[in-house]
Design a protein around this ligand. Structure first.
Ligand SMILES: [Zn+2]
Length: 393
């Protein structure tokens, strides 16, 4: 997938087919779930995605880098990164970076990060002005993450353009817009900005104090985090999620806790060291997070919702960062996740459904958190393998 330019024939849609963003999970799988994790089938599933994105993902064309992140990082979690041509992937990803024409342009209000796909790379107008620069924070997070996975040295990037222009996206309340023209601002993009600064090893791209204040203001009365202050605990990364999961809780909480961890405000394995945080209410957060494991063993995004594969990561990673993952019922969670494993490889949102790349990826991260044999360890706060996070390829 990552190697091909868009070809219209990739996206021929048969109208009677369901799309993955509508209801892939509503179609019953024809046979019983496997009782073990079948690594080979999952690698085959991801290799298919790597070579050619199925036409069902037409509506996700604008998020092509995100799809590539799920595929390549998934292969890395499954210890199968050798299936990827690393140099070609690096060159393909680099081709999406928005470049200023001069140093002066870096402060013109636009964001010189990465575009999500070819279709958002508009050429400059007759005066050479790129009025439609669509560099996006989530695409930039995915681009940098992929580059780290394939061993590209991020120190060779023009990180100044990314970081200086990224400051333009931060709002007076500390939140971030994902791109330079009018867009929503919330915790999802604070997380993207924090992850970008962390990966580039340079925090000049944001006002950390303001971001910290914004995050602490998002903690709700129940201990979880809303997407913005005063809202019900909500949401996750826009470009790293399916729409059907956007309205649930655990992702917003992940964005808050992982951002604070990346910024250095939450000590690793907080609970084991018997320390606390003056920024957020940890006992209340722990209570809320533990209550998200449902009676079927899976994790839900918020109270009274069905268990869903992706929340095994969004909430599980929060518990891992806090040092509380040992308190969950791992056997029950593993059983639940296996009911979401597809016979075709990949994972579905709910038991018995057809797989999609989003829930497949978070199924892999969940099994990595469970320390399943055959999986590389996960860096919970970056959402990728420890090896990639440490730059060991
Ligand atoms: Zn989900």
């Amino acid at each position: 997938m990552a190697m091909r330019e868009c070809n219209p024939s990739d996206f021929e849609v048969e109208e009677e087919e369901e799309t993955p963003s509508s209801s892939p999970s509503s179609i019953s799988s024809p046979s019983s779930p496997l009782l073990y994790i079948d690594i080979d089938r999952h690698v085959a599933f991801l290799e298919m995605m790597y070579n050619l994105v199925p036409y069902h993902y037409q509506s996700q064309e604008i998020n092509r880098l995100t799809l590539a992140f799920f595929t390549i990082s998934g292969l890395h979690l499954l210890q199968a990164l050798d299936r990827v041509d690393k140099d070609r992937v690096a060159n393909w990803v680099l081709s999406f970076q928005a470049h200023p024409r001069s140093r002066a342009e870096v402060t013109n209000g636009q964001f010189y990060g990465f575009h999500g796909s070819r279709t958002s790379q508009f050429p400059p107008d007759e005066n050479g002005v790129s009025a439609y620069n669509a560099g996006h924070l989530a695409s930039t997070y995915c681009a940098l993450a992929i580059l780290k996975m394939v061993g590209f040295d991020l120190a060779t990037l023009d990180k100044e353009s990314i970081l200086i222009s990224m400051r333009n996206l931060q709002q007076p309340d500390g939140s971030f817009m994902p791109l330079h023209v009018g867009a929503e601002t919330d915790l999802r993009f604070v997380y993207c900005a924090a992850a970008i600064c962390f990966m580039l090893e340079d925090w000049s791209g944001m006002d950390i104090e303001k971001a910290k204040e914004y995050i602490s203001n998002c903690q709700s009365y129940d201990g979880g985090f809303g997407l913005s202050p005063g809202l019900e605990s909500h949401g996750e990364l826009e470009n790293i999620s399916c729409n059907c999961c956007l309205s649930d809780t655990g992702g917003g909480t992940y964005c808050a806790v992982a951002s604070l961890r990346l910024m250095g405000y939450i000590e690793d394995d907080l609970l084991s060291k018997n320390t606390s945080s003056s920024i957020i209410n940890v006992p209340l957060l722990l209570d809320w997070s533990m209550q998200r494991q449902a009676t079927d063993g899976g994790f839900q995004g918020r109270a009274n919702k069905s268990s869903d594969t992706c929340y095994a990561f969004w909430v599980g990673a929060v518990l891992r960062i806090l040092g509380a993952y040992k308190f969950i019922d791992k056997i029950a969670l593993r059983k639940f996740l296996l009911t979401c494993q597809s016979e075709f490889g990949g994972f579905s949102k709910y038991p018995g459904g057809l797989p999609d790349i989003y829930h497949s990826y978070y199924g892999y991260t969940a099994f990595s958190l469970l320390e399943e044999p055959g999986f590389n360890p996960l860096c919970a706060e970056l959402g990728m393998t420890d090896l990639a996070a440490l730059g060991i390829i």
